[in-house]
Design a protein around this ligand. Structure first.
Ligand code: MG
Length: 280
């Protein structure tokens, strides 16, 4: 299903009941979504085929599948450091295996982009841990390359400079960026617009999310409804357009329940106005 330029979509978290989750995409008035990792049972090929049929029936385009791993917590920065992504050593091998399983699930769905938080990559490239994580991420990227899929690195836990160096050190053509400007603010990783310009040519997906910076050491900032935080969402979309980005604008609102739906609908309307101006 071909999407129009900067098609507005939503980040879809799926759990035990993907059928219900998928309906939530339509409920906020969009027809494309990035999809979180479903429960393990759904990763099996037969269940993935079933899900593919359901998505087709609902006429939804899945633009990216997101990796997530058991045991991850975003409670505060030390916890993210210890638990998130492929960086923590104790879980690395098992998570790499799981990541490949999620990639194969995405392949069955016909989804080219697979995204992940890698975790806190060491900022110092001479750190022995840096080389190890480069090797691990290359291994994952090479698995994806076999089926012409991309690995999209979710931004936020590092500065734009570090991310650019990491991509260059990986040296794999299928390594891209899923740019989340709010994460950069929530983690205090620098100005998202400057970072976006730095890694612009690698951007294959974005999260339209907003937030305010941390006010306490080791804490994350506060995620906010789109347009209410420090991202400057209009400038963000304008900068994307200036870079020639034509991919989807995926709304992410990391709360649950009816407030999430209401905030996403408002975000959609805000993005519709911005998009009309930017593409005019
Ligand atoms: Mg995000």
């Amino acid at each position: 299903m071909a999407l129009e330029p900067m098609a507005i979509g939503v980040m879809l978290g799926v759990g035990e009941a993907p059928e219900e989750s998928i309906q939530k995409v339509l409920d906020v008035g969009v027809t494309n979504a990035q999809m979180g990792r479903p429960a393990d049972a759904w990763l099996k090929p037969a269940k993935a085929q079933e899900l593919k049929k359901l998505i087709r029936r609902k006429k939804i385009a899945i633009t990216t599948v997101f990796c997530g791993f058991d045991g991850e917590s975003y409670a505060d920065i030390p916890t993210v450091r210890a638990t998130v992504g492929l960086v923590p050593k104790a879980t690395r091998a098992a998570r790499l295996k799981k990541a490949k399983q999620i990639a194969d699930f995405a392949k069955i769905l016909g989804v080219k982009n697979v995204a992940a938080h890698i975790g806190f990559v060491p900022e110092d490239p001479t750190d022995p841990g840096y080389k190890e994580i480069v090797r691990t991420v290359r291994n994952f990227a090479d698995h994806l390359a076999k089926s012409k899929q991309n690995l999209c690195l979710e931004t936020g836990q590092e500065s734009g400079e570090c991310l650019l160096r990491f991509i260059q050190d990986l040296g794999r053509k299928n390594v891209k960026v899923n740019f989340d400007p709010a994460n950069m603010i929530l983690y205090g990783s620098g100005d998202p617009i400057a970072a976006l310009k730095l890694v612009g040519k690698y951007v294959a997906g974005v999260h339209c999310k907003d937030g305010a910076p941390p006010t306490e050491k080791d804490k994350l900032g506060t995620e906010m409804p789109l347009g209410k935080g420090d991202v400057g969402i209009q400038r963000f979309v304008q900068t994307l357009a200036g870079l020639g980005y034509k991919g989807p604008l995926t709304i992410e609102r990391e709360i649950t329940g009816d407030q999430q739906r209401k905030d996403i609908v408002k975000a959609r309307k805000l993005l519709e106005r911005i998009r009309a101006k930017v593409l005019a």
